[in-house]
Write a protein that binds this ligand. Structure first.
Ligand SMILES: Cc1ncc(COP(=O)(O)O)c(C=O)c1O
Length: 447
């Protein structure tokens, strides 16, 4: 029995209602569900994890990365004592490698960024959390997301109690008309749309990339509607087509740019960053400051600073590669593209266009090598996934998990970044067998 105050009785069991409501939201169970399916079927080929390929991981290189960064500090005239402090001591809240992050953005993305507007974070995930915390003042501030959307963002919004409205995506990203409709509906309900979260390059979960014209149209719409844009770009360097980031096209400080080293360096470092060059009114008549300074205040109460060791490793990687990571990732990008090609070719061979067994099956043609959207003629739900894993040895992610409403129930997200080319080919063949059998079973199911 529980007490009315929500505390535990003598059994020591906390009632669910004593915890934040977001912890009971199905969204936060998504990862647990996928992990459980994967653990139950360790032999299955899994198109579920959006993890980077591990083939190039090399533990022997890590000490050298840190040494490179420490040498860089020495070359810049810092004393041995300073170098030691930089590695051992609590560090600057906004990060100690902000200048190197700004240089990377110049080298890789042609972006001119003031290091003062950068905050180095514990993965992109912390950047999302800090930004949402700073921008959302209460229940009347609404976050728009390009839908289906990355669960890291909708999950963080849910933890913070921020209302989220989905803007239905198109094969070219969110449409200005869809955004305007959502903003007007939010305004009509007496609330305000604060910003739109979007992944313009090789989106997670769909794999869709926005064309250049769509990017300019999005910036114009944001300006017209008074919206900020949260641009998240972990996959841009892996795209076959290089397009300008929203931030590099942004002349009106509409875009807050989120970055991650999880795919371009390694996720275990947990280093990401945010570029927030928006001006914020100064307190007590003082001169305006940067939004980045406000984000650093939030960070000082969340993680204090990003691990100095991790920042040193990432900095070493940047320094060893001429300041950027695009060139350093070229061979990995080619690997991802080859894996994606194998997946698509294997699907096309098993499910040829026009064949009766291919009816209702379609997939898109992503520029990057991480995610692909597959349409199927049946409900792609947990029961279907169990059947696929158990009887066909292949795991995937129901697209439904990335929607806030009931949409996407006949779509699958396939991720091939973690696989070899052979696994992608074989996995797609198994998947095609599963799809054909399931489609047949559904077609002949008794009423
Ligand atoms: C859209 C998106 N943003 C960011 C990240 C990376 O986040 P982090 O740097 O916290 O690992 C991912 C990784 O899965 C992602 O898919």
């Amino acid at each position: 029995m529980t007490t009315t105050s929500g505390s535990t009785d003598r059994t020591g069991v906390l009632p669910r209602t004593a915890l934040h409501a977001s912890l009971s939201a199905p969204l936060l169970d998504t990862m647990t569900f996928l992990n459980e399916v994967t653990l139950r079927h360790p032999q299955a080929i899994s198109f579920a994890p959006g993890r980077p390929f591990e083939g190039d991981f090399d533990v022997a290189r890590v000490p050298g990365l840190i040494e490179t960064y420490l040498d860089h500090l020495r070359e810049r005239g810092h004393s041995e004592e300073h170098v030691r402090t930089a590695l051992y001591q609590y560090g600057e809240t906004a990060g100690q490698i902000r200048d190197l992050v700004a240089r990377m953005l110049a080298v890789d993305e042609d972006m001119t960024v003031d290091p003062a507007s950068v905050v180095v974070t514990v993965g992109c995930q912390e950047a999302v959390l800090l930004t949402l915390r700073a921008l959302f003042t209460g229940p009347d501030d609404v976050l728009l997301v390009d839908s289906p959307s990355y669960v890291g963002v909708t999950g963080a919004a849910s933890l913070l109690g921020i209302p989220v409205v989905a803007v239905p995506g198109t094969p070219r990203g969110p449409s200005p008309e869809g955004i305007e409709r959502a903003v007007r509906e939010i305004e009509a309900s007496g609330r305000r749309a604060r910003c739109l979260y979007v992944v313009p390059d090789c989106s997670n979960p769909t794999g869709v990339s926005m064309r250049r014209e769509a990017r300019t149209a999005l910036l114009d719409a944001a300006d017209r509607l008074g919206l900020l844009l949260l641009e998240d770009n972990p996959y841009g360097v892996f795209s076959t087509v290089r397009r300008p980031t929203l931030k590099s096209l942004d002349t009106r400080r509409r875009v807050i740019y989120l970055g991650s080293f999880a795919k371009t360096a390694f996720p275990g470092a947990r280093v990401g960053f945010v570029v927030a060059d928006q001006l914020v009114e100064g307190a007590d008549g003082r001169a305006p400051g940067l939004l980045a300074d406000e984000l650093a205040k939030v960070k000082s109460m969340v993680t204090v600073n990003t691990s100095s060791l991790s920042q040193a490793a990432v900095a070493g990687l940047l320094l060893q590669n001429g300041g950027g990571l695009r060139a350093a990732n070229e061979s990995l990008a080619r690997h991802y593209q080859a894996t994606m090609r194998c997946l698509r070719e294997s699907l096309a061979a098993q499910l040829p266009v026009g064949a009766p067994e291919s009816a209702g099956v379609r997939w898109n043609d992503p520029d990057g090598g991480f995610f692909l959207t597959l349409d199927v003629p049946f409900a792609a739900d947990g029961a279907a996934l169990d059947d696929s894993a158990e009887n066909y040895g292949v795991i995937w992610t129901p697209m439904r998990h990335f929607h806030l409403d009931d949409a996407g129930d006949r779509q699958i997200r396939l991720s091939c970044s973690y696989l070899t080319t052979d696994q992608a080919t074989e996995g797609a063949a198994r998947l095609a067998r599963f799809i054909k059998d399931r489609a047949r079973a559904v077609a002949y199911a008794p009423w």
